[in-house]
Design a protein around this ligand. Structure first.
Ligand SMILES: Nc1ncnc2c1ncn2[C@@H]1O[C@H](COP(=O)(O)OP(=O)(O)OP(=O)(O)O)[C@@H](O)[C@H]1O
Length: 264
């Protein structure tokens, strides 16, 4: 059980956004997508989550083509947090989080639902914001609220042995350093619950610290994928980002990071 992306290409108006991508997302791994602005990271996430149809190739979730999933089946199999999450109405935080329960709401009692909401809000440290208007929150508080919503969507195992997936587009972009680590640790912990996580991230040191599989995209193409120490090689960083930098891991007592040369 996994996600198999096979020879995936996506074109819009004759522009190729993704070109012949092959990739496996495993349920017991945290896969992080890196690459410069416009590389195709969000497009790949949308293709994996069923929000953008392939022009060529296919995406198989647990051996079934994504095109054959019903919207409810998809909602039970994967949750998605996109980059922008404007709310059309003035929802409170708890209302936003409870939207994550829509796919199983009818199967549980009100008390069970409140328990789930409490659990995920506790996880994301937003319990104190429950009755606040979402629109009045800071950027980081909004991001943590949306993360609680997608967690709620996957909180109940609907079939224990069926792998599920979480797609996160820049989940740490508005977060302070504590919450960046908190969210990526949480993403890693979810992989122990048979949930595969694919997240877009820009911070290369965070990527080096947390990825089981790191995927480097550039101009819609896969440059390389694998362990962070192999992907974050000097030659790749120079070719793709135009920076002189390298992966550095001083000792097991500290996390690895990507260090920039003094002279660029
Ligand atoms: N619907 C669309 N129509 C035309 N071009 C698009 C469409 N969606 C994305 N693109 C273009 O495809 C390229 C890849 O976009 P994408 O959002 O996947 O990049 P990204 O790697 O996520 O970038 P960033 O790091 O800036 O968020 C960009 O050049 C973007 O302008």
């Amino acid at each position: 059980m996994n996600i198999e992306i096979q020879a995936l290409s996506i074109s819009v108006d004759k522009k190729t956004l993704l070109d012949d991508i092959d990739l496996t997302i495993k349920p017991n791994e945290l896969s992080l997508l890196i690459g410069p602005n416009g590389a195709g990271k969000s497009t790949l996430l949308k293709a994996c989550s069923g929000d953008m149809p392939p022009s060529k190739g296919d995406v198989f979730i647990n051996q079934k083509s994504i095109a054959s999933f019903s919207p409810l089946e998809l909602a039970k199999t994967r949750a998605v947090m996109t980059q922008s999450y404007q709310m059309g109405f003035n929802f409170t935080v708890i209302e936003v989080v409870s939207m994550g329960c829509f796919n199983y709401e009818e199967d549980i009692s009100q008390v069970q639902k409140l328990d789930i909401l409490q659990d995920v809000m506790h996880f994301m440290e937003i319990e104190h914001l429950a009755e606040r208007s979402f629109m009045t929150l800071s950027g980081g508080e909004q991001q943590r609220t949306q993360l609680a919503r997608v967690l709620a969507q996957l909180w109940l195992p609907y079939e224990q042995d069926e792998a599920r997936y979480l797609f996160l587009d820049e989940p740490t972009s508005s977060l302070d350093v504590f919450h960046q680590y908190h969210v990526l640790s949480l993403a890693k912990a979810l992989t122990k619950r048979n949930i595969g996580v694919l997240a877009v991230i820009h911070d290369l040191s965070l990527a080096a610290s947390f990825a089981d599989q790191l995927v480097l995209l550039n101009n819609g193409k896969m440059v390389t994928k694998g362990r962070p120490e192999n992907v974050l090689q000097r030659s790749h960083l120079e070719k793709v980002y135009g920076i002189k930098a390298e992966y550095y891991h001083h000792s097991v007592a500290v996390k690895p990071s990507v260090l920039l040369d003094q002279q660029q």
